[in-house]
Design a protein around this ligand. Structure first.
Ligand SMILES: [Zn+2]
Length: 306
């Protein structure tokens, strides 16, 4: 079984990318116009297709695949997926669209940033230009009186979208609200370079204003208590940046700043060991996301000096 019903007309698909459970999922919002949220990476498209089959949805009935952003683990598989969905188009932020159409540069930069993780995710295939719909706002009719609203939520990336579904009032935040660790019921930051704090906080305010009933994390799964989680995530981002700024001012090394984050963020005190030992998060969270806040802190410090 790949799929799990998590709300009215909403199913989570466990992508089991690289054989790793509870790392990445896609979502299918069913109704008379079924829509997919997140293609996930190239290498787990067969699992996503099994999930679609399991739900009895015909591939030709899917008209949209909405991706929160183009990072390999969210939209990387779009080109491969569309070969199997003859009537589907991809909804993506306009700044991400060129890289879905021609993913060569995206692949090269992902390889340098993600290292071995990029091989677990797989190389993206191009998506034909006429099957890409660049959007930053609007609504998609899901049928059965349901709709999916599109929101621009930059910060994690300059080309990030979130989606709000009307059947249950839940939000698909992509990477805008952190990584949810269902094993620990905790959220950790998703802040790889070039991370920008202010737009990330503004995006979180946008999501808080919706007062969502649930968050459907791409990493990983549904979490309740959505508004409080979003508010807590804002505080966690500010705390990481504060620790990074203090570290930069004191001339600490990257490793020292990372250790300070693990020691001073109460959530990291709780889940640090789990994250450090995780096959993927040891690289994406413990290295790239710390680098993102350190890079942001450095830039801010340089601006105050000059
Ligand atoms: Zn991302």
């Amino acid at each position: 079984m790949h799929t799990k019903e998590i709300g009215k007309n909403i199913y989570q698909v466990e992508l089991n990318t690289g054989g790793i459970a509870q790392l990445i999922c896609s979502y299918i919002v069913t109704g008379s116009n079924p829509i997919l949220v997140e293609s996930g990476p190239t290498n787990s498209i067969p699992n996503l297709l099994s999930g679609i089959k399991e739900l009895g949805i015909k591939p030709e009935d899917i008209r949209y695949v909405a991706v929160t952003h183009i990072h390999l683990d969210h939209g990387g598989g779009a080109g491969t997926l569309l070969k199997q969905l003859p009537n589907a188009k991809v909804i993506v932020h306009p700044r991400g669209a060129p890289h879905i159409i021609d993913p060569e540069r995206l692949w090269l930069s992902s390889q340098s940033v993600l290292g071995f993780v990029s091989d677990i995710f797989g190389k993206p295939e191009p998506t034909p230009k006429d099957r890409v719909i660049p959007l930053t706002e609007g609504t998609i009719d899901l049928g059965d009186e349901g709709k999916l609203s599109i929101l621009e939520t930059v910060g994690h990336a300059s080309h990030h979208l979130s989606f709000h579904e009307s059947f249950n009032g839940g939000v698909f935040p992509g990477d805008a609200a952190g990584t949810y660790l269902p094993e620990c019921d905790a959220v950790v930051p998703t802040t790889p370079p070039p991370f920008l704090l202010e737009p990330a906080l503004t995006s979180l305010d946008k999501l808080i204003a919706l007062n969502p009933t649930a968050l459907y994390f791409s990493h990983f799964g549904k979490a309740n208590n959505a508004t409080n989680r979003l508010k807590a995530y804002k505080e966690q981002l500010k705390l990481w940046v504060k620790i990074a700024e203090e570290g930069e001012r004191e001339g600490l090394s990257f490793e020292q700043i990372r250790d300070n984050i693990i020691a001073q963020d109460p959530i990291m005190v709780q889940v640090g060991q789990f994250v450090k030992e995780h096959r993927i998060y040891q690289k994406t969270v413990m290295e790239n996301c710390v680098r993102g806040v350190v890079g942001y802190a450095k830039q801010k410090l340089e601006k105050t000096i000059t």
